[in-house]
Write a protein that binds this ligand. Sequence first.
Ligand code: GCW
Length: 678
Amino acid sequence: AEDGYDLWLRYPPLDARQAPVLRAHAAELVAPASTPTQRALRDELLRGLGGLLGGAPALADAPRRDGALVVGTPASSPVVAGLGLDLADLGEEGYLIRSVRIGGHRATVVAANDDIGALYGAFHFLRLAQTGAPLDALDLREAPRLALRVLNHWDNLDRYVERGYAGQSIWDWHRLPDWRDPRYTDYARANASIGINGTVLNNVNANAQVLTPMYLEKVAALADVMRPYGIRVYLSARFSAPIEIGGLATADPLDPAVQRWWKDKADEIYRTIPDFGGFLVKANSEGQPGPQDYGRSHADGANLLADALAPHGGVVMWRAFVYSEEEPDDRHKQAYNEFVPHDGAFRDNVMVQVKNGAIDFQPREPFHPLFGAMPRTPLMMEFQITKEYLGFSTHLAYLGALYEEVLDADTHVQGAGSTVARVLDGSLHGHALTGMAGVANIGSDRNWSGSHFDQANWYAYGRLAWDPGARARDIAADWVRMTFSTAPAFVAPVVDMMMASHQAVVDYMTPLGLHHLMGRGHHYGPAPWVEGGPRADWTSVYYHRATAEGIGFDRTATGSDAVAQYAPAVAEVFGDVTRVPEDFLLWFHHVPWDYRTQSGRPLWDELVHRYTRGVDAVRGMRATWDGLASYVDAARHAQVATFLGIQEKEAQWWRDASIAYFQTFSGRPLPEGYAAPA
Ligand code: GCW
């Protein structure tokens, strides 16, 4: 449809060049359908191939001619079993796709150990078809590098989505459990198509009600819908639930009655949802209850829940996003200080979930110093897909580029090559429990994400959770082809535009390592002038520290010394004003306005240059998109064009407001050729 509802699973008829290629490799379909997952798989192939080819292939029990597509596991399909394929290293979720001969006929086989692997393989085959990839001589083997690939919904039970910019929550709690909106199935299909295998249904600022029997029944209904697609449901657990819904006087993790309560609650949950995934917890952060309320540690709190879930195979995802107003030190340092001492003290079924940077999903942050610093604890990445600090759903910012930058960052904890990706995939410190979480950008808007291009961020998140080494550019190219058009004259400029879009947002909002300068509360427009308020670290002036003499946050030894939380090789670079990547200059250093930057420009001029460059980039994006109208249906083209217009206006707003404000400190004129703020 032209309203974006179908996401990247649109399956429009292929053109006259591509259709015969696919037809020759999908002349008939051999795919069992005796389990729910097998039926989901076969339905998807019939739908996908049917759409792409203008008619679904015939079903067969075994290849009768050239060009069969054979899908299944040795257990589900005698044809697959007969091929004697080596599936040993594919695990439960992996698959292979191979061009083979069966009984003298040319065929393509998608094989796995388990139904869910076969489903992932089927989606991969569809992706090849949708993107116009060659289908001859296929020999692909894929298995996910991370075990848990989950979405975090910040969805409240009243359907308000915290930091959601795409309408209300898709979870219609009032009509559940009886009414299972077909949209839930489409949600599951979309997630399975990119390998997502878990979803936390409710906000980390949690309401304990979700753990009551009435809600658990509703959760069970959603779990039923997700199950065939390999997706487990998880819940955010409020630490004080034993008090709020259990009638206890305390939630102290060392209190036997509290321990009993959580065990009973876990037993009850698993009676209702046998494959429940586990709990996500935000504790002792931004006013949420937690173990520290009782003088206990994060490990005490996490282990309490872990012990309750362990008999059922559930996990705890304990968030490291903690900061509190009682702590006067640099907020950058708090998570590290609170968690590193407990490394090794967490149960085996606990993962610590760490945001990509130490402050809070800013347009750009250096990687969080916790990555690599807790070798005895599995660390999970938390990325934000919803663009709380990157222009909500009206600004175009492709986050694949941001995710890739963080995953590629080198922690150096075991010498060069100790990338964040290798911390996450467990290869650096030998963990089998691995994972990534993405704060969802999904809502009840017809197009799910609030804008067409924000669908790409959901897509890229899933692909990178499956393979944190995948390239953001390749993923963007796949997404563009599946979502809009495979025409090379469209794909190339749109992918270039996407790849440059994140830098553009950084430039017009927070260049050179500036951060947290947006309006308080809503986090949308510029407000670098915010000072005074409920807490120092919610003000902008806390972060930019501009004075008549210079600007930036000194996090070196002469300042907060947050750099010391990184491995020495990284600390040396970040801590040295001459070596720090300029993108992080003002994140780590306070420098004078006339400081000479790498371009040769004084800092003030460079700042103005980058703000302006950001606006120019958006103007360029607009022009690119306007020139591509013939490749996209009118409805989607028009909305993207309009949103880019909003973005240009607001990029200018960010630039002008920021420059005008910082000029009150620098006292310097704009460099020649740069327009004065309007
Ligand atoms: O990014 C900040 C948001 C809060 C959010 C918090 C968190 C869910 O402004 O809305 O609360 O982080 O991650 O816990």
